[in-house]
Ligand binder design. Sequence first.
Ligand code: S3P
Length: 431
Amino acid sequence: MIELGKITGLKGEVSIPGDKSISHRCIMFGSIAKGKTEVSNFLQGADCLATINCFRQMGIEIENKKDTVIVHGKGLHGLHAPTEILDVGNSGTTTRLISGILVGQPFESKLSGDESLNSRPMKRIMEPLNRMGGNISSILRNGCAPLYIAPGTLHGIHYNSPVASAQVKSAILLAGLYSDSGTSVTEPSLSRNHTELMLKEFGADIHSQHELDTTKATASIHPCEELFGQKIAVPGDISSAAYFIAAGLLVPDSEILVKNTGINSTRAGILKVCEDMGADITLIDQRTEGGEQIADILVRTSQLHGTTIDGDIIPTLIDEIPIIAVMAAMADGTTIIKDAAELKVKETNRIETVTDNLKAMGCDITATDDGMIINGGNPLHGATIHTLLDHRIAMAFSIAALTADGTTKILDSKCVDVSYPTFYDTFEELL
Ligand code: S3P
């Protein structure tokens, strides 16, 4: 538990830890590539450490030297059967992406996670992977992990995904590496494309296409002989940067330079929303490294106003909705968030965790079936925040606490370790 109260004048620079999605992929793709993959600015969060442990259990040597991680890949067919159940912890990305690799292996495996993970929907990957000839099932027959995976013979498919989910897309594309023919996935709108960008760098035969006149996006892969180890500098995670962007905007008399942040357009929806809400934000020194766009982001205190967030932008900011809701609570006027039913199947049901906790702080907020309506501008007051062990709820409400009267208690604040173990230390640097 941590107690926080109102402050003013956050000033200085923050360096953002590595992107969670990209860090996971470096380990996974590095493990099934030939040769050494050297990763700098790897995120040392619990989720990514779970991915490292899973691949170590399958015989991959991974040196974790904190700043740098070195994966000694053994090629597409070099994994060994794990001796124990793979522990995926709290990580949906580990579970869904590793499943795409495991269905292509000649050995059996089982994976399981914590209570939250084991209640998240896995049919969304089981259905297409089994359609490809995979053998993946829910051990408790409830559509969730623990999962059991037996060897299968994979065939390429074309999959029309009902959800815009990078985890679903990536699982299918990874299984496509082990199939006897080409595989493609069409999603209703483009989700984060790190798998497509990074697999290409590793030498995969992979292509992406945005359909003209619709918002649909298709990614296709053809099996290849081998992937090859890479040197990767992981950009700062925009999902982690989001808390300091919001802090800079909401805390009076603040100016923060958020350094080295990935601004890949499939992730940067929050920047567009900030602009729509009247935020004073400047992107500095925009550059591209390893196919990913990066910038430093200068943020100054701003009076925000309400906006509507819906449609294709949702997948590009899905993880930032808790902190966007906090911004909306402090903004003049009404913010409407819709088309975001996916929030219900994150680490917690984030429609509920966000509305319940913002209500407790005095905000006029209503949950809807696919989002929320926030009438901003009421001063927030201190409250006890029930994070339900959701890292993004803990961080979003830590920022809300900085603008609220009185004291706010964030229960189980240690859960920030999942994606940002140094979150509270970084804050100290700005005081
Ligand atoms: C992720 C994809 C998103 C996101 C998650 C990380 C990824 O999930 O919410 O935090 O790394 O592919 P979905 O693909 O389920 O939308």
